[in-house]
Design a protein around this ligand. Structure first.
Ligand code: NAG
Ligand code: NAG
Ligand code: NAG
Ligand code: NAG
Length: 310
């Protein structure tokens, strides 16, 4: 009898942990995929790996996309749709900014790729206020499965020579988009060149996103978002505004995704995609079931108490 009651308890505990595990939240990624164009999308190996990388994310923000006709992007999204065929509802959509840049031979797009059954795009906004080389393209999202139901993502790929100035201007972008959508849950993400020679420790005092304590830098100064062993620089970053957004984020979930290690790929293969690694963070799931978990633990304790008496 005792044996059976403890196995009932174990089953219930397993059930609880399953539900907690099911509240997986929402993974948001950023990846500078360096000159992502038709040629790159024609490389089977690159696309195979890229599909694996992006399919881990619920929203992925690509930078340095050079694909004005969106041919490469469509190949990627079709590949993502196929790779998730088993899960009927896991389909992807994309949203691209205009081609942005100062010189006609050096234009890039920001591209959002996201799971349609999880997140909904509410609105979008091309920032025009300051003289960014590639001005941020902000998107307002909603999600029913996260603590934070509505949030704004703002990607930036800085011009390396103006990195300090451009990162500082993100404060102005914050003011504009948070007022526009009455939402201060704003996340900045992308290749800011926020390290090594481009942004030094001394430069931080000139960057409001550093000096204003309402902003939290989730990818720290000691991270290395570059692939090659020759450099050790935290170029790619994720910054969030506000305490409530910070609390809606899973602790320690902000990471550099070293897919070379994860997928056992040699550095040369990793570099075929980009000199950067993707970065990511997870928002907490809201999961009403999570609140039921303590009840079930109590229930299993009660059963364990009474069963031996039967
Ligand atoms: C991916 O799936 C979505 C949802 O079914 C669909 O709207 C979209 O057209 C597909 N995209 C591509 C490129 O196949
Ligand atoms: C979230 O719920 C609202 C209201 O029920 C619904 O209108 C919206 O489509 C849902 N959003 C997503 C992403 O499922
Ligand atoms: C803005 O949002 C806050 C809560 O987040 C709400 O109390 C307020 O009414 C909103 N203002 C407008 C103009 O919608
Ligand atoms: C930080 O945010 C709070 C709440 O929105 C605001 O009252 C405060 O002025 C902000 N602090 C700074 C330094 O901007």
């Amino acid at each position: 009898m005792r044996g059976r009651s403890s196995s009932v308890g174990l089953v219930l505990l397993w059930f609880c942990s399953l539900m907690i595990g099911g509240a997986a939240g929402l993974r948001i990624c950023s990846y500078n995929i360096q000159k992502f164009n038709k040629n790159k999308a024609a490389n089977y190996r690159v696309m195979h790996t890229l599909t694996k990388i992006v399919s881990r994310c619920d929203i992925c923000v690509l930078q340095d996309v050079v694909d004005p006709k969106l041919e490469a992007v469509k190949v990627l999204v079709a590949s993502l749709n196929r790779s998730n065929k088993r899960y009927d509802e896991h389909h992807y959509e994309y949203l691209s900014s205009q081609s942005l840049g100062k010189a006609s031979d050096d234009l890039e797009q920001y591209v959002f790729i996201y799971r349609t059954h999880l997140v909904k795009r509410l609105d979008q906004h091309q920032y025009e206020g300051k003289a960014f080389v590639r001005p941020p393209f902000a998107v307002h999202f909603s999600c029913n499965k996260t603590d934070i139901k509505k949030f704004v993502l703002v990607p930036l790929h800085t011009d390396p020579d103006h990195a300090v100035q451009e990162i500082d201007w993100l404060y102005d972008v914050f003011e504009e988009v948070s007022a526009k959508w009455n939402n201060t849950n704003v996340m900045f993400l992308g290749d800011f060149h926020a390290g090594c020679a481009y942004v030094t420790r001394d430069d931080k005092k000139n960057i409001r996103l550093f000096t204003n304590s309402n902003f939290s830098w989730l990818i720290g100064d000691r991270e290395d978002t570059t692939v090659t062993d020759l450099t050790n620089c935290p170029y790619d970053r994720i910054v969030v505004h506000g305490q409530s957004f910070l609390q809606g984020i899973r602790p320690d979930s902000a990471n550099v995704f070293n897919f070379g290690k994860e997928f056992r790929l040699r550095q040369a293969k990793v570099l075929l995609l980009s000199e950067h690694y993707p970065i990511e963070v997870r928002l907490k799931g809201s999961a009403p079931l999570l609140q039921a978990a303590p009840l079930l633990v109590l229930f299993s304790a009660i059963i364990r108490f009474f069963l031996p008496a039967l």
